[in-house]
Design a protein around this ligand. Structure first.
Ligand code: FAD
Length: 409
């Protein structure tokens, strides 16, 4: 049995970030990763903000900065925003994961690859015992003072520690194309109930002449791949040519919602395992890394104090929610409206946003990590936009209103 201070399950951006900070503080940290290679398979469109690069302490994964975005309505009408400065970065996601793992290793963390967390057993001598499987067959055991569940959307750690996760999981399907038509300096977002009910479709330049094209949708019985195929037909019309020869496919899920508890006795959940994902975009790299940093801080204090009780670790829930709770709450409420909008509503939305005054507001205040800030400004300055959303939410989203969860029943 391997005995460690902290066992981190999952070597994605959240797990490696937590491991780095804990190892740097002098703790004995072990990271379990079920795949043979960190960063593979890639399950991401690779679009991040400057904040991710800051948290990573490196720009090594950047393939190209992106200055613009276009949002298309179902009938093909669009709005375009372009800022003088880079608003996002197309990254090599596998390279980011490797960089983060490498940083954690240099700080002293150890990675066990091809080891899958299976279950926890009872506690013994102030440590929780964990059962894992190496290479699909060999049983491994670990004893840890603290476990960090960074094992993604289907978190086995959340289940093992009975942290309920009543979140919505949006099926997603994406393909990579080595070559693609389209403007490599902007991302494209497609709103449509026909091929992306529930979230949206995307075309994101990969910074190397190709693109990542995908959809995330409601779990309504139709496969995400089927929706993706419908979107490809739309894209063929949009680009005037079919997108050909995909180099890879990925199918995964995006957790959206509010997990009531992300901490318990000797356990913290971070990243997708805790559904720390932006509800309006499904992006989770920034939020997961930042929450992992917060988790490491709370973990370090608790390890020092020798108190890893649920009561003590609940500080983590308070801390990350004080940073993201309001944004996530507003975004979830907006999402409830968004999912009820028809194709005609989407076309009207695009048409309304076309007014140059509103476009200026979006360019000036748009922030991919905190999108509700600009939505509130827009609703505060545009009566025609407010008319598109239910009254209760329109009032609640306007600037300077008190933060409270609206009753949309
Ligand atoms: C199609 C798609 C596109 C996306 N595009 C973007 C984007 O452009 N920008 C953005 O910010 N976000 C994007 N996201 C979301 C983003 O990928 C996730 O939010 C992010 O990867 C979460 O990081 P994480 O470290 O929490 O989990 P993950 O990156 O999922 O890492 C979890 C790790 O745990 C490992 N693991 C799982 N179970 C076990 C186990 N039992 N034992 C051991 N190891 C285990 C997995 O192998 C994996 O390596 C996208 C998601 C999808 C599905």
């Amino acid at each position: 049995m391997d005995s460690v201070d902290v066992l981190v399950v999952g070597a994605g951006p959240a797990g490696s970030t937590a491991a780095y900070h804990l190892a740097r503080a002098g703790y004995d940290v072990r990271v379990l990763e079920e795949h043979p290679q960190v960063g593979r398979p890639v399950q991401c469109a690779g679009l991040v903000s400057q904040r991710v690069l800051d948290l990573a302490g490196s720009r090594g994964s950047v393939r190209r900065p992106v200055h613009g975005a276009a949002v298309f309505g179902p009938s093909g009408g669009s709005i375009e925003f372009r800022a003088p400065e880079a608003r996002a970065y197309a990254i090599d996601r596998a390279a980011l994961d490797l960089e983060l793992a490498d940083r954690a290793v240099r700080a002293g963390a150890r990675f066990d690859a091809q080891v899958r967390f299976d279950r926890r057993q009872d506690e013994r001598d102030g440590r929780v015992l964990i059962e894992a499987t190496q290479d699909g067959s060999t049983r491994r055991e670990y004893a840890a003072r603290l476990v960090i569940g960074a094992d993604g959307v289907a978190s086995a750690v959340a289940r093992a520690f009975r942290l309920r996760r009543p979140v919505e999981i949006l099926p997603a399907f994406e393909a990579e194309f080595g070559r693609s038509p389209g403007d490599p300096d902007r991302v494209e977002v497609y709103l449509s109930r026909t091929f992306a009910p529930g979230l949206f479709g995307w075309w994101i330049p990969d910074g190397a002449g190709g693109a990542r094209v995908g959809v995330a949708v409601n779990a309504d019985g139709t496969s995400a791949r089927r929706y993706y195929e419908r979107m490809l037909e739309f894209l063929s019309r949009r680009f005037g040519a079919p997108l050909l020869n995909p180099t890879s496919y990925l199918a995964s899920g995006i957790p959206i919602g509010n997990v009531p508890r992300t901490s318990g006795d000797r356990v913290l959940l971070v990243g997708d395992a805790a559904a720390q994902v932006k509800p309006l975009s499904g992006g989770g790299i920034f939020t997961g890394m930042r929450c992992a940093e917060i988790a490491a801080g709370v973990g370090i204090d608790a390890l020092r104090a020798g108190d890893l009780s649920a009561l003590r670790l609940a500080e983590y829930d308070r801390a990350w929610r004080s940073e993201f709770g309001e944004e996530f709450g507003r975004a979830l409420a907006l999402r409830r409206i968004f999912t009820r909008m028809s194709d005609a509503d989407f076309d009207r939305l695009v048409e309304t946003l076309r007014s140059s005054e509103l476009l200026g507001t979006i360019v000036a205040f748009g922030d991919i990590d905190f999108p509700t800030h600009v939505v509130r400004r827009l609703l505060g300055s545009s009566p025609s936009l407010v008319r598109l959303v239910p009254k209760a939410l329109g009032a609640w989203l306007r600037p300077r209103s008190e933060y409270q969860v609206p009753d949309l029943a």
